[in-house]
Ligand binder design. Structure first.
Ligand code: SF4
Ligand code: SF4
Length: 251
């Protein structure tokens, strides 16, 4: 899998001589640029299998490195370091330490799925980005991203009540991410919605915010959902050779 990309060369491995003459020829400055050799000893041979075991990463093995995902990527257009093709390459050859150099930007995928539509091999790069962000969090390399926290708050509410109440979800998300509730954009949005909302609907929304209604006879479905979530979490952790952890935070 050939790759010719400057980003693979660490800046600290590029050397130039300000003053160098060889056999009477002046090769000072960039004419004398060379790349220091380096030896990679920390391959993770299970890396591709670990990512493939997580939801979204299943088809990573199909990638043939055409680069269409990166070319079409929304985030790459504003940040050239965000490079799904390159990360898929690193994962496939097990270069975990290289992947970890970009751990703080991988979560920035906005799930627009432009890469998924562009991919000629049905790799679903968006899913691979999600799986990789999940892998980083499970392995303890990154804290949970805001997007993961939002998914958790949303899921907890569905499991607990069988319903979604947007106000409660937003409050829970802000509380868990340490953000103030009275954000300018939110206050403005609530004002605008309140101005246009029919009176009856407004009362219904206020009522569900305060009393947290549940779907009728929800307990069986709730138990089944909780069991499924626990099974999936245990399966993911086992694939990454991590000890099981009961998802006791789902209530
Ligand atoms: S889904 Fe993510 S990786 Fe794919 S194009 Fe959108 S931002 Fe880029
Ligand atoms: S578009 Fe698909 S096949 Fe091409 S590099 Fe991206 S993931 Fe691989």
């Amino acid at each position: 899998m050939a790759i010719h990309e400057k980003s693979l060369i660490r800046p600290e491995n590029l050397k130039t001589h300000d003053k160098l003459v060889i056999d009477g020829v002046d090769v000072s400055g960039h004419w004398s640029t060379f790349i220091e050799p380096r030896v990679v000893t920390d391959y993770n041979e299970a890396l591709q299998d670990e990512i493939a075991a997580l939801p979204g990463g299943e088809h990573i093995h199909r990638c043939w490195q055409c680069g269409s995902c990166t070319n079409s990527c929304t985030v790459n257009a504003v940040n050239p370091d965000f490079n799904p093709r390159y990360w898929i390459y690193l994962i496939r050859i097990g270069m975990e330490s290289e992947l970890l150099r970009d751990k703080d930007i991988i979560w920035q995928c906005v799930s627009c799925n432009k890469c998924t539509y562009a991919c000629p091999r049905d790799v679903v790069p968006e899913g691979v980005m999600k799986a990789t962000a999940h892998w980083l969090e499970l392995k303890g390399h990154t804290p949970k991203s805001n997007s993961q926290i939002f998914d958790e708050v949303f899921t907890e509410q569905v499991v607990a009540t069988g319903k979604i109440e947007e106000g409660r979800t937003i409050r829970g998300f802000f509380a868990r991410t340490g953000q103030p509730l009275a954000q300018e954009w939110l206050v403005e949005m609530v004002k605008r919605v309140a101005r246009r909302l029919p009176f009856k609907q407004g009362i219904a929304m206020a009522w569900s915010t305060v009393f947290r209604p549940k779907t009728k006879n929800w307990s069986k479905a709730r138990a089944a959902l909780g069991e499924y979530i626990h099974e999936q979490e245990a399966r993911n952790r086992k694939a990454l050779s991590l000890p099981d952890r009961h998802s006791g935070d789902l209530h």
